[in-house]
Structures are given as structure tokens and as C-alpha cells.
Design a protein around this ligand. Sequence first.
Ligand code: G3P
Ligand code: MG
Length: 238
Amino acid sequence: MVGHRGGGALAPENTLAGIRKAAAMGFGGVEFDVVLSADKVPVLMHDETLERTTDGRGAVSATPYARFASLDAGAWFGREYRGERVPSFELAGKLCVELGLWANVEIKPAKGFERETGAVAAKLAAEIWRGASPAPLLSSFQRTALEAARAAAPELDRGFLTDRIEPNWREAAQALGCVSVHCNCKYLTPAQAKEIRGAGYWLLCYTANDPETVRRLFSWGVDAIFTDRLDLIPPDLS
Ligand code: G3P
Ligand code: MG
């Protein structure tokens, strides 16, 4: 099981506290979202804007990196997380390496920054994980970002991320040199799971938060599942 956005619903999303929580809870790995600040520093953030998960306002892509140091990214979640920051990708990646935690780096570019975000994130990932194990897996809904990631760090694994599995999934995944397919478990069918696994791709699904769904997905051959609620998943499934 993989902690979605770090520690899922057990800690503020896309924070170092979330990553630490995931490790402490026994998650096999974490997924987090990476976007560029105004001055092109990759940081962890899901939304294009600051409002939902910080006490700041405005677009993430218009916010200089230095500004993140004074934003609170934990208070919205709970008092005990007050003072938690929006981490740079560098800090988050290094923490994963230190904890021995596997990471799925979802490259989530702001509109218009797909190529740049893919390139910067992949180059930095290659530096952070150089010689370290387990190596990260880069994924993105944006094909341009994956193309740029491939050019910047061809040695890193890439995952084709899509909400629904479309009939042309194989051509797309192949064209991007991906090793895995990531999709929304809401729409996945057993036949699609079989086809993807049969074609030699790892299959990862988001987001399952109950044991029944997790059991069903694993029985279809799904390799890894992103969850917000590891606390609800029995140890034999985690
Ligand atoms: O990478 C899988 C999943 O995180 C994609 O959805 O919106 O939570 O980033 P989202
Ligand atoms: Mg994500």
C-alpha cells in the first residue's frame, strides 16, 4: 500500500510530517505531487492555488520559493501540525531516501509549465536518488511532462497516469517508455487489469480506502494501491 499525498488522510497532505507518518504507519511507499514555484523550485503541492492546504493565497506558480517558508501547511489539518511547511521536492525526496521509503513522484505542472516541470523534477530526482534504493517512479497525467522527464533523466522509471483506461493506453504508455500504468480504481475493470498486467506493465491504482476494495483490486492483479486510510487496512493487506 502506498500513502496517497504522503500520509493520506492521517496527516496534512504533501508534507514531511505526512511522509514521516506513512513510514511510521508501515506504508510501503508514498505518492506526492510536485509543482514549480514562481522561481522554478519544485515543491510539494496538489492544488494550483494555496488556499485549501495553506494559510496563503494565490497561485502556486506565482509564489516565489522563499514565500513558502512563511506559509503554514499543517494548521488546516490539526493544531498539532501547526508550523508544518510546504516542503521542497529536494527535502521530501531526501527524507524518503533517509527513511528507505519508496516514492512515486507525481509531476503535477501548472498549465503551461508541463515541459519545464517535467524536466526540472526529473533532473532533481536523478540527483536526489543517485545510487539510492529503492529508486523513485515518476508519473504524470501530462504526457508532455513525462516526455520532458524522459529526456532529462532517461534512467528513471516513468508511469503513465490516467483517470480512466482508454483504448489507446498501450500506445501512449509505450511511446513514453513507461514501466507502469496508474489509474483511478473507480473505473478499472478486471479485464483491463488483466490486459495491463499481461502486457508487462506494473499496475497502480488510486485511491482505495476500504479493505473490501483493496482485496478486490489485489485479486485482479493490481500491484500497488494508493490509500488515504492505511489505518483501515488490515496488516495482511498492507
Ligand atoms: O498519482 C495518483 C493520484 O495522486 C492522482 O490523483 O489528484 O490525488 O493527484 P491526485
Ligand atoms: Mg497525486
